[in-house]
Unconditional design. Structure first.
Length: 278
């Protein structure tokens, strides 16, 4: 992987406390792929999460960018780095996140969520930028196995909450569950000249999500009936990862709380949440 974070603490500076018996789960508003290269308050929060939290034995990532008409999990030992974007600088295309995969974890995921069928993907996908743009900050050494779970576009909203709840036991096996999207994600409304701005409807929808995921995470699918849903999530791919974290919070009966908050370019929420370990 390109050396893009010379100021990131190395492994010796990571919290040296024993691994928690239950790993936290996290939702990240990943925003632009350029956050891979940028140093801002969001990327610093991601680095701090990785630096101070318990070290996972593996990572299960649910990225907005693997949005297909099936539920599948990457099952290859050496997943490729996918540059699923265009129009960005060559420096970004040069980034590699060469973390190993884990066919074993992929098989465990497929067994855990039965009767939901999960296909084992041996060669078609890999690690997309919804995952590696965040992990490049959280775990820059790329030495923790990473498996990605697709988001099935053919399923209703409640399905994703239920599937998140089914994945919750993985946290007690040392697996960090990382959901990556954006609570508000409307690229057609982006205001490029206002990097920290937010429309009123952006704030209102983000506030509604914060209230639901803190107080009634199992009901997070109510967001699809919010009056600003069509503006906030004109396509569901970036909102649905939050539903997986909500399912985990509901199953664990634990609060999901923001660890970083903010907005970008009017129509993006950069809010990130964690469900604590224990």
């Amino acid at each position: 992987m390109s050396d893009i974070h010379p100021t990131t603490p190395d492994a010796a500076d990571r919290a040296d406390s024993p691994r928690s018996s239950t790993l936290p789960a996290v939702f990240v508003g990943h925003g632009s792929p350029m956050n891979t290269l940028d140093d801002n308050r969001y990327t610093r929060a991601w680095r701090e999460f990785g630096r101070t939290g318990p070290r996972p034995s593996a990572i299960l990532a649910i990225s907005a960018h693997w949005y297909v008409n099936a539920t599948a999990v990457t099952a290859m030992p050496d997943p490729k780095t996918i540059h699923d974007f265009y129009g960005f600088p060559d420096e970004l295309f040069a980034v590699r996140y060469d973390a190993p995969g884990s066919p074993q974890l992929a098989g465990e995921v497929a067994e855990l969520v039965k009767p939901t069928w999960v296909g084992l993907d041996a060669d078609s996908w890999g690690i997309d930028h919804g995952t590696w743009s965040v992990l490049a900050h959280m775990y820059p050494d790329a030495d923790i196995p990473v498996v990605q779970l697709s988001i099935d576009a053919s399923k209703p909203a409640d399905h994703h909450v239920t599937l998140g709840a089914a994945l919750e036991p993985l946290r007690r096996r040392g697996v960090l569950i990382l959901a990556s999207g954006n609570v508000v994600h409307n690229l057609r409304q982006v205001q490029w000249h206002q990097p920290d701005a937010a429309f009123d409807w952006t704030r209102e929808f983000d506030d509604a999500a914060r209230e639901l995921i803190a107080e009634r995470p199992g009901d997070v699918a109510e967001l699809t009936r919010h009056r600003h849903h069509a503006l906030a999530a004109p396509t569901p791919d970036h909102l649905l990862p939050l539903f997986y974290l909500a399912g985990i919070a509901a199953a664990a009966d634990a609060p999901a709380t923001p660890f970083v908050e903010g907005y970008a370019m009017g129509s993006l929420s950069m809010t990130g949440y964690t469900v604590p370990g224990g």
